[in-house]
Ligand binder design. Structure first.
Ligand code: UDX
Length: 431
């Protein structure tokens, strides 16, 4: 099939490349001239494992191309995916102005039937607005349908998530749209759930909010564990063995970050409020997540006493491992709070240091984890990159001024750390 992807950011690029990989012919659009020029040279503006190679392969096979012109995508493609940013406004609501602009542009170029699919995460009833906008702005009265097909891609495993999804959600208003989307996703052989458009829109916000709720829930349980000397890892294991609960997203730590959870939760909450539904549970989930970062800073302070003029070695800055994404990373609030206390910070991250430099002008970045530790008062793990599990701990002990580790992600084996002579402080783990 011929597909147009409008918005070649994270979601758009991964979606476009994966559809091309499935054999469809894809044209990716973006109004960022520099980005399109880069992509035309097979350079990828984001770090996502496997993406660059896949782009190269599909461009060479002539299944994938890039343009800055929406008109080209509209005239060439049977299906158009809206993948533009829906960033948070100051009050937490989703800013849908890019969705509106793109809808108007599609309308202007519409000459024959097209299926227009919202892929970006949008609040419920956005589909109705997209339809109204296209109807109002199209000069030629061409036929079209709108559908919702939310993405569930996780950064770092986005390609796998696309090609082997747990489910594909298709929100449609008629069988014609359903047929087109079923054909498009056919090669994946994944379970497909067909709903109306509004339900599909809600599924995305509800799923992310529920996962975030699990995280805040276990983080509160971790605080109880800390208070009595119990082990949250065991508690989560015991809870997760109940198939009604399940083991995933029960990892206690310093809270969730990234461009999806905080933003989607706030947007869902705001949308609910506008609909007259007070969803206080979600306000608490967000509040717990904010506190969790301060809880970690407090833990460091409780064990190091005065933080002024102390040096901390921080490992990991990105919001989670295997990405260079710093958006809403817990490291930001944690480091800023430590800096306010007068801490000198030396930090290392395998991928995110380039992006982190503009966020933290005062901290010292090091070329490897060991260089961050030299003479530091303690070691602090903020993001659980694999390479931190396999550090040479004898060397670490020699380098640190004191063998103290604050593990914000419960990444390390507590018993082993103690055996090696470290003072180990996880989240919700017995001392
Ligand atoms: C998420 C959703 O998983 C994905 O389906 C959606 O499309 C986009 O949002 P992503 O933001 O890439 O994906 O990351 P994810 O792996 O879900 O982690 C989100 C945050 O939660 C990270 O900061 C992570 O460290 C944290 N987290 C996750 C925990 O603190 N504990 C957990 O048990 C799981």
């Amino acid at each position: 099939m011929k597909i147009g992807i409008i918005g070649s950011g994270y979601v758009g690029l991964v979606t476009g490349v994966c559809f091309a990989h499935l054999g469809h012919r894809v044209i990716c659009v973006d109004n960022d001239v520099k980005k399109i020029a880069m992509l035309k040279k097979n350079h990828v503006p984001i770090y996502e494992p496997g993406l660059e190679e896949m782009i190269r392969e599909n461009v060479a096979a002539k299944r994938l191309s890039f343009t800055t012109r929406i008109s080209q995508a509209v005239s060439q493609s049977e299906v158009l995916f809206i993948c533009v940013n829906t960033p948070p406004k100051e009050n937490g609501e989703a800013d849908l102005s890019f969705v509106e602009t793109v809808s108007k542009e599609i309308a202007l170029h519409l000459k024959e039937y097209r299926l227009i699919v919202e892929k970006s995460t949008v609040p419920v009833q956005t589909g109705e607005w997209v339809e109204k906008t296209i109807r109002n702005y199209q000069p030629r009265r061409a036929l079209f349908d709108v559908a919702s097909n939310p993405e569930f891609l996780r950064e770092g495993s986005a390609i796998q998530d696309f090609l082997k999804p747990d489910r594909v959600i298709i929100g449609v208003s008629n069988s014609k749209s359903e047929k087109i989307l079923r054909k498009l996703y056919g090669p994946l052989k994944a379970p497909i759930l067909v709903t109306d458009i509004k339900s599909a829109e809600i599924i995305k916000h509800a799923a992310n909010s529920f996962l975030a709720t699990k995280i805040s829930f276990i983080n509160m349980v971790a605080r109880i564990c800390d208070a009595v000397g119990a082990d949250v890892e065991k508690v989560a294991q015991g809870m997760g063995l109940d198939p009604r609960i399940g083991p995933s997203f029960l990892k206690a730590g310093i809270g969730f970050g990234g461009f999806c959870f905080p933003k989607d939760l706030s947007a869902f909450l705001k949308r609910a409020e506008k609909l007259g539904v007070g969803f206080e549970l979600l306000s608490s989930v967000l509040a717990i997540n904010e506190q969790q970062k301060q809880y970690f800073v407090q833990k460091i302070e409780n064990h190091l006493w005065n933080l002024n003029h102390k040096t901390l070695a921080i490992l990991g800055l990105s919001f989670k491992p295997d990405t260079d994404d710093m958006r809403f990373a817990p490291s930001i609030d944690i480091i800023k709070a430590l800096e306010r206390e007068g801490v000198h910070i030396r930090a290392y991250d395998p991928q995110a240091m380039k992006k982190a430099k503009s966020i933290f002008p005062k901290i010292e970045f090091t070329a490897n984890p060991y260089a961050a530790m030299k003479n530091a008062d303690a070691l602090v793990i903020v993001t659980e990159w694999d390479e931190f599990s396999n550090l040479d701990w004898k060397k670490v002990k020699r380098l640190l001024k004191h063998p103290i580790v604050f593990d914000g992600r419960n990444q390390l084996n507590q018993a082993e750390m103690k055996k090696l002579g470290f003072q180990y402080h996880g989240i919700g783990r017995p001392r």
